[in-house]
Design a protein around this ligand. Structure first.
Ligand code: PGA
Length: 223
């Protein structure tokens, strides 16, 4: 089983999302082999739109087997008077996964390991599966996390992906439980994804290349 996660970040509006979905469904419908891989749970797709696009994305992709929706973040708080926040408790009917600790959250929103710990606790408590991102071995992975994505900052959105050897070195230095699914993210695209064909890499967290349904579909076929 390999995972491919689309992190759309803050790129899409509703019309762009609908176009993406229509194109992606069209490509999959013509591809019996990839559809069978999804049905047989050989691959899992996780789409992470911005919060405002979660519901329409979920509705329109609900017929695709083994495709799940994830959020890009959840609140540090439980539900309550926190204007603008989206707590795990309120989003859990809509998503199965949540990306936590992405380096952009750490950089622009000053999220610390403590904040990420707290968000992880709330996400797990409300039945969400956190995909915790680590930039390096200092980014501690909270307990109970099943999905960890190694995302070195130099590789994010730059076109300079990390080599397989370095990715595996990072995996070893994180000392993860053997059952943890270890993903790599950082300029993964349809040209380099096959260079990570190692049983130790559980899948990919894809930003830039996930914005284009053709590129994302192609990557899915190469898993
Ligand atoms: P990228 O982004 O694929 O554009 O490098 C990955 C990420 O930030 O999750």
């Amino acid at each position: 089983m390999r995972y491919i996660v689309a992190n759309w970040k803050a790129h899409k509006n509703l019309a762009e999302t609908q176009d993406w979905i229509e194109t992606f469904i069209g490509l999959l419908k013509k591809d019996a082999k990839t559809s069978a891989k999804l049905r047989d749970k050989k691959i899992t797709i996780i789409i992470c739109p911005s919060h405002h696009l979660i519901y329409p994305t979920k509705q329109q992709l609900k017929e695709i087997p083994n495709l799940f929706i994830g959020a890009q973040d959840v609140s540090f708080f439980e539900k309550g008077s926190y204007t603008g926040e989206v707590p795990a408790q309120n989003i859990r009917e809509l998503v199965d996964f949540v990306i936590l600790g992405h380096s952009e959250r750490r950089k622009y929103f000053k999220e610390t390991n403590n904040v990420i710990d707290q968000k992880t606790i709330l996400a797990l408590e409300h039945g969400l599966k956190p995909i915790v991102c680590a930039r390096n071995p200092q980014d501690l992975v909270p307990q109970g996390v099943e999905f960890v994505a190694y995302e070195p900052v130099f590789a994010i959105g730059t076109g300079e992906n990390e080599s397989l050897d370095e990715v595996l070195r990072m995996k070893r230095s994180l000392h993860l439980d053997p059952s943890t699914k270890f993903l790599y993210g950082g300029s993964v695209d349809e040209k380099n994804i096959t260079s990570y064909a190692s049983s130790e890499i559980g899948g990919f967290l894809v930003g830039t290349a996930s914005k284009d349904p053709h590129a994302f579909y192609k990557m899915t076929t190469l898993l």
